[in-house]
Design a protein around this ligand. Sequence first.
Ligand code: ADP
Ligand code: MG
Length: 659
Amino acid sequence: MTSISSPIDSAKLARGLLDAAFDAFVLLRADGTIAEWNERAVEIFGWSREEALGRNLAALLLPEKHGAVLSRDLQRYPLGRLGEIPGQRRELSALRRSGEEFPIELKMAAIEEGEEPLFVCSLRDISARKAAQQELRETEQQFSTLVQSISNYAICMLDPEGRVTTWNSGAERIMGFCAEEIIGQHFSSLYTEDDRKGDVPMRVLRQAQRDGKFAAEGWRVRKDGSRFPADTVIDPIRDHAGTLIGFAKVTRDLSAEREAQQALEETRQKLAQIQKMEAIGQLTGGVAHDFNNLLTVVIGNLGMAQKASAEGDFARVRRALGSATRGARRAATLTQRLLAFSRQQPLDPKPLDLNRLLASNVDFLQRSLGEMVAVEAVGGGGLWKVEIDRGEFEAALLNLALNARDAMAGGGALTIETSNTFLDEMYARANPEVTPGQYVLVGVTDDGVGMTKEVLERAFEPFFSTKPARQGTGLGLSQVYGFIKQSGGHIRIYSEPGEGTTVKIYLPRYVGADEKSDEAQENHATAGAAAAETILLVEDDEDVRAYLVEICRDLGYRVLSAPGSSAALRILEESDARIDLLLSDVVLPGGNGRDLAARAQELRPDLKVLFMTGYSRNAIIHQGRLDAGRAMIQKPMTQRELADRLRSLLDAEPPRRKR
Ligand code: ADP
Ligand code: MG
């Protein structure tokens, strides 16, 4: 390309360039007077070219403080040096014609013209830029105030190496460090020792850097060393060019949330329990109906017996009494099972070796199940003891065995195994009702039809049964469940249709000095009284009292009886007779049995006590258990049961008493 064809007037060119410029250009003489003034200068400052030319720039445009400096600098500037004037590129404020002061950027260069230097000043209006900066500063300030005031979240910034650069009030509240203590420190000090050893903090940063974000829950450590569950989010921060300049870390303390969750879970459990009790309440109607039927059987047969005896037909009397007894027994069983499910039945737990108990039950189970089922017991070695109610446990075992038999219509094998086991925290977390620890496991396995998921889910429900009306009550597993729970244990069924069933019972290990265990009593035959042993019977129900007096006398005991506490105490105080044992109901008119027993043993320190109850009462039973060391027998009882209990108590050491 050719250059511009005709030579251009350089003065015109200069004029054009000046007027096209974005900045104000002013040519100054050494004395500071204005020699040139472009269009932009007119726009910015408000003075026309004519008005500006010849005026002193400092006087015209600058506030006094800047003006003096500029004039001095110009005068001092040595002749013969050209180019940008060092130190003359700066920000200062200038005045518009209107008097408004505003920020400008000034840049100067010296050019030579004859004897004097001339100065080219470029003046840029930077008020818009300044305003934007100010706005940004304010926004940042507001943002930082906002972040600082957030107290539910620990918010901090980290440099690329992980050192803390900012620290908000939430961080101080949650972590315990104040800003002065932590800024400049590496953020790994907020992690647990183990995490630090595993290089977790730096790995987390690298991950955030790589993925653009990191979020996880974990344990963090406060200044005082305590740990808390936390939820952490880390974002990498980059500048315009994409270079990593640090990380933003937001941490939330989850402890309150976890506690709330736990409280919720507890409430849920309580609610479930309440619902269960309510269900029992609703079932009571049905039970009452069953009960009425049984009462009809009992009462009807007794009436029949009375009539038959009047007629002297003793064969009929016996038959009627037999039917009445069977009806009454069934009623008693029903009550037992309901009580078991409602966890209200009084238990009499004793330390037990389940292997020995199993060994003594295998024959009985085998007989109960018949020849089609092979019963095998496999006792684990070194088995720990458990502390449970023996009778209830045997009943539970029988219930499980009967279910197994029903599931193996064509015959099969029933295996009962025991072993020591440990339920760990993990298991407890999955099963909130379980306390982690040592347990004795009793597994009852059959190779029968198994259960579908639907049956499995409902199997423990009282009155849930898949069996025909006359075969199933639906109370077997609920008895087992209630009893195991009440004994501090845990139960779980594993079953698949066609694959058989294993019921696993976990009973807490018993540790402690062995109390006198039940075992010694096993060899006792049903035996009556030794020479003229005397029992003081206290029972408010007249019929029951008469019945008990009868069976005790039948066993050869001498019996004194009283309908309540005060009558009993009068006998104890006034009678010279030797009294060996107090057989007392727990609930009595005019005071409970425990108070009576205490007073009685004050009067007669060697007196032995056996309580009777049909129901649990907090006075003597705490959470379904007897007060430690209290002998108890449950009503209704057979003569044989009573005989055994009386004999074993009377043959035992005299009660140890505090002096
Ligand atoms: P019932 O035996 O009177 O039906 P349970 O409470 O003992 O009541 O059992 C409830 C239900 O659980 C049974 O009807 C049966 O469907 C199921 N079940 C219990 N044990 C077993 C088992 N070992 N194999 C298969 N199903 C079982
Ligand atoms: Mg059953």
